[in-house]
Design a protein around this ligand. Sequence first.
Ligand code: GSH
Length: 239
Amino acid sequence: MSTYELYYWPSIQGRGEFIRLAFEDAGAAYVDVARGPDGIKLMQSMMQSGDSLRPFAPPFVKTKELILAQVANILNFLGLRLGLVSSDEEGRARALQLQLTIADFLSEIHDTHHPVSNAMYYEEQVEAAKKRSEQFVRLRMPKFLSYFEGALSQQASGSYLLGSQCSYVDLSLFQTLAGLEYAFPKAFDSLRGSIPRSLEVAERVKARPGIAAYLGSSRRLPFNQHDLFRHYPELDLNQ
Ligand SMILES: N[C@@H](CCC(=O)N[C@@H](CS)C(=O)NCC(=O)O)C(=O)O
């Protein structure tokens, strides 16, 4: 099996983590290129290449055949190869739908701390961030979480989002819950009781051999304040 190349910012988990978890769970050979010497330069040069299909933003993955960007698109492509999605068309489409919903969720999570612009510091947009987070915590976070809980409640107990097999979407759900718990501990705590199935899936994902080994390794960076999930106590409101 050839080695996959992952390109992502080296000092955060960010959206790259959703791809890392899939590689780690499957025990796939991959290199986190931007964590190596001159990796960031190489990543940036690939985004500035003359190729019209060049990635707009990281994460992106280079395989023997192609360079692919967009988390959900990458996971849709890798899912089959890594054994992290069922091989039937319907199952793959449903996995992609759930993953795209996670992408929407991540976008809103990001906007809690950067509601005005990515090009401004958090400190320059605190007031807008407070308003945005108040809405997020009260309405959007429970709405997204109950959507995934609802999807799980369609399945037999002890299964995953798409049935009895763990898929890349379950890994992403685990990561999203871990990030929310870090960023919004109070708000997350108050919602725990409403998402028992999701929490249970997250525990099972955490215990999978590839994931458990990864979480205990130095490759798993801690959450930090430059990341997608950030903990600002002033944004973490009880609903
Ligand atoms: N929709 C894209 C979002 C990619 C994205 O926002 N990447 C961030 C890091 S997590 C970035 O570096 N963005 C640079 C930019 O938007 O200019 C995905 O799901 O992969």
